[in-house]
Ligand binder design. Structure first.
Ligand code: URA
Length: 280
């Protein structure tokens, strides 16, 4: 196998591992490697940041729904002997995939060095709140206060978020709050495509562990990462989208409202909708 293909395969396998997919097998030399089926592009492009992720460094990753499409059924093992059952025997149950908890996801994230953001962080900001929340709020990435405390939305944007939650009578401790990237981008810049690609599998696994009724994407990076939407947030805010069997709504980021105080009505209006949706 030539070096380039080998390193491409390595990148894919690491991506699948980060997505929590561990079952790999080889079909032998005569057939295509199994992982190459995951994306028609994989063979011809440079090593991917993840399936469905455009390969240009500036491009944004495709949404989670695309990622899920590669979660194909586990391969059938040919080594298991054929079984015949007696009349009163029941078939042994197939081993079930154990559902991951948030703790499992956090453990797997570990002392993450998967992208360059690790070098400037004080703390990984994994997320905070009810592990069985009906509502998950997703921001962009930790700021200075969040990096300092290891908790999401504890700075000025967090205080505004708290106020809006209070206005619509949603208790902060009842929801789960996290970000697209778990380490602070330098100078609070927007997370770059490779950083989002490295970190977003953990966000999607957080969704899987929590199984919320509604995901709220606050700001463009969250909306783009989760839903793949590219339209301006002020155009599509308040709309409910399908996200892989659950629902997701988009709203403006509280930091945007801090810079544009007159837009607070958008955030409040969307959170009123969220409250209504959750109460249904
Ligand atoms: N902005 C974010 O996007 N996330 C935080 O946790 C804080 C500010």
């Amino acid at each position: 196998m030539d070096k380039e293909i080998a390193s491409e395969l390595k990148a894919w396998i690491q991506f699948f591992r980060d997505m929590g997919i561990e079952d790999f097998y080889s079909r032998g030399a005569a057939t295509e490697p199994a992982v190459e089926n995951a994306s028609p592009d994989a063979k011809t492009e440079s090593p991917p940041a993840g399936p469905g992720v455009a390969h240009s460094p500036a491009a944004a990753p495709e949404p989670a729904r695309e990622f899920r499409a590669v979660n194909t059924p586990a391969p059938i093992s040919l080594s298991r002997p054929a079984q015949t059952l007696g009349l009163f025997e029941s078939a042994p149950s197939e081993p079930q995939h154990k559902l991951e908890t948030l703790d499992d996801v956090r453990k797997d994230l570990g002392d993450c060095h998967r992208c360059k953001l690790w070098s400037g962080r004080k703390h990984i900001v994994f997320g905070q709140g009810n592990p069985h929340a009906e509502l998950v709020l997703v921001g962009e990435g930790p700021g200075a206060d969040e990096d300092e405390q290891g908790l999401p939305f504890v700075g000025r944007a967090g205080q505004l978020l708290n106020r809006v939650l209070q206005l619509v009578e949603i208790k902060r401790e009842e929801v789960y709050i996290c970000n697209v990237v778990k380490c602070r981008p330098p100078g609070n810049r927007v997370p770059e495509a490779d950083e989002v690609a490295a970190c977003s599998p953990f966000l999607f696994r957080q969704f899987e562990a929590i199984k919320p009724k509604l995901i709220c994407c606050m700001g463009a990076p969250a909306a783009r990462t989760v839903l793949g939407v590219k339209e301006g947030i002020t155009k599509i805010h308040g709309q409910v989208f399908d996200y892989s069997g659950t629902k997701a709504i988009v709203t403006v980021h509280p930091a945007y409202v801090l810079r544009n105080p007159r837009e607070e009505k958008i955030l409040r209006g969307d959170f009123e909708k969220i409250k209504e949706f959750i109460a249904r």
